[in-house]
Design a protein around this ligand. Structure first.
Ligand code: NAI
Ligand code: MG
Length: 493
């Protein structure tokens, strides 16, 4: 096995980067944020508040209300009260509000990006170039459908909104997940109650201010903050639909508690995606895709390419290149524009990653981590590779949701398919090869909702996203993402 290529002693020292921190002046935080109900920020009936921190420094950014069941009921009532007028609005009028939200997001993009990185720990270059522009793109895309719903689903009868949607989102893409949920719901004429994740509520609360500026009628969007109990109260509340993104564990709980209630449900859960590199792949390009696939957003990505499957003839070459590339990743301050890998989102997530990495070492896989200094405070984890991984290892089976790549090898196409599909999940996969026919062959046989070819982690509002098996059901994005928010009367179902 070749080791990382060593730099000749005579080579010039690598370039040093000067720090390039994004200023936080643009973000003005309140000391406390109430619940957003009926178009206003209100005090929680629970009387409870909790701090929200920066995971990079552990400093408190603000206090946020913790909604109890009575608060959630109040938000659902507000959504119910707002539903008839919102549903009755001319679709083109409804679209105007959604377009307004999209434009506001673009105008305030920098503010949103800085706040997202402060509260969640992701590198500013990602929040700036991916999260915020994509969130705006989702509002633009769905706004365009609002007055064309009968053309979107021809021969299905008259489309109508489902009613009140309860939407529960995770902490890895806080604003983007809010956009995935809210944009199609609003365009289809529903009203909503959104619950952000407990570690990352701040961009959703800034979005609430955008809703006010857009003069969205009060009660059409309500935002209740809190943790799992608040989420469970929303699932149990009299809503017509639940949309959830998060862990498979909680997805199963929600599936059980909604069974038999008539509530519609979509679940977007975990993943353990195979990123498959064939011997004919352009290796340098594949290296970038593999790095992006697992280290983007610290690996806190449900569709992360966390299992690398490499065809044996190129294993040594690819591993050498990956190790070299790992050395160049800059880990640290999320607000520094040069940072590649930011802070782990929470202490709890860091402990989960550490536990799984320890299991990898104990079960006999070989660990590789680059030398890099980590900040003293905050939650950090070095980019990590494991070789010598077998399919039975926990690090090959369980979602780590961190910057940790498990590398396995294969010889034949059939073996690649079998290994890739040997998982309880089925959200995404990647294929790296020069052969178009092989890409099509693999795409048909991989049990994954999304298969990327010679790229990874590409998202577009027009493209459906979602999983098989324990990755959940239902699709978000595209027309597929609009459909769960509509009922059809008269047409074929
Ligand atoms: P989680 O599933 O507990 O949290 C996601 C959302 O669900 C949060 O808003 C949370 O407050 C809410 N929630 C928690 N318990 C609930 C309940 N009983 N009823 C209703 N809502 C509830 O995920 P957690 O604990 O933050 O992360 C654990 C693991 O889950 C991660 O390590 C990762 O493997 C996976 N995960 C997957 C995500 C994805 O995008 N598919 C996102 C977040 C986590
Ligand atoms: Mg949890």
């Amino acid at each position: 096995m070749t080791e990382a290529i060593e730099r000749p002693a005579s080579a010039a020292p690598p370039w040093e980067y000067a720090s390039a921190p994004e200023s936080t002046d643009i973000v003005r935080l309140d000391d406390r944020y109430g619940l957003f109900i009926g178009g206003e920020f209100v005090e929680p009936k629970s009387g409870r508040w909790f701090p929200t921190i920066s995971p990079a420094t552990e400093e408190t950014l603000a206090e946020v209300a913790e909604a109890d069941a009575a608060d959630v009921a109040r938000a659902v009532d507000a959504a119910r009260d707002a539903a008839p007028a919102w549903r009755a609005l001319a679709p083109a009028e409804r679209a105007k509000y959604v377009f307004r939200i999209a434009r506001q997001l673009q105008e305030r993009a920098r503010e949103f990006a800085v706040l997202e990185s402060l509260n969640g720990g992701k590198p500013i270059k990602e929040s700036r170039d991916v999260d915020i522009p994509l969130a705006a793109a989702h509002f633009f895309y769905y706004a365009g459908w609002a007055d064309k719903l009968e053309y979107a689903f021809p021969a299905r009868g008259t489309p109508a909104p489902v009613g009140v949607a309860g939407q529960i989102i995770p902490w890895n893409f806080p604003l983007l997940m809010a956009a995935w949920k809210l944009a199609p719901a609003l365009a289809a004429g529903n009203t909503t109650v959104l619950k952000p994740a407990e570690t990352t509520p701040l961009t959703a609360l800034l979005l609430a201010q955008v809703m006010q500026e857009a003069e969205l009628p009060g009660g059409v969007v309500n935002i209740v903050t809190g943790a799992g109990e608040t989420g469970a109260a929303l699932v149990d509340a009299p809503v017509d639909k639940i949309a959830f993104t998060g862990s498979t564990e909680v997805g199963k709980i929600i599936r059980r508690s909604t069974a038999g209630t008539g509530k519609r449900l979509t679940l977007e859960l975990g993943g353990k995606a195979a990123n498959i590199v064939f011997e004919d792949a352009p290796l340098d390009q594949a290296v970038e895709g593999v790095i992006n696939g697992i280290f983007f957003n610290q690996g806190h990505v449900c569709c992360a390419g966390s299992r690398l499957l490499v065809q044996e003839p190129v294993f040594d070459a690819l591993l050498g290149k990956l190790k070299d590339r790992l050395q160049t990743l800059r880990v640290g301050d999320p607000l520094d524009k040069n940072t590649d890998v930011g802070a782990i989102n929470s202490r709890a997530q860091l402990e989960k990653i550490e536990e799984l990495v320890e299991s990898g070492v104990e079960e006999g896989a070989e660990i590789y981590q680059p030398e890099c200094l980590l900040p003293e405070r905050g939650f950090w984890f070095r980019p990590t590779l494991f070789t010598g991984v077998s399919q039975s290892h926990r690090i090959a089976r369980e979602e780590i949701f961190g910057p940790v790549l498990s590398i396995l090898t294969f010889r034949t196409v059939d073996e690649a398919v079998e290994k890739a599909n040997n998982t309880p999940y089925g959200l995404s996969a990647g294929v790296w090869t020069e052969k178009g026919s092989r890409i099509l062959h693999m795409a048909q046989r991989l049990r994954a909702g999304v298969v990327w070819a010679n790229t990874f982690n590409r998202f577009d509002p027009t493209s459906p996203f979602g999983g098989y098996k324990e990755s959940g059901f239902g699709r978000e994005g595209g027309l597929h993402g609009l459909e769960p928010y509509l009922t059809f009367d008269g047409g074929a179902r």
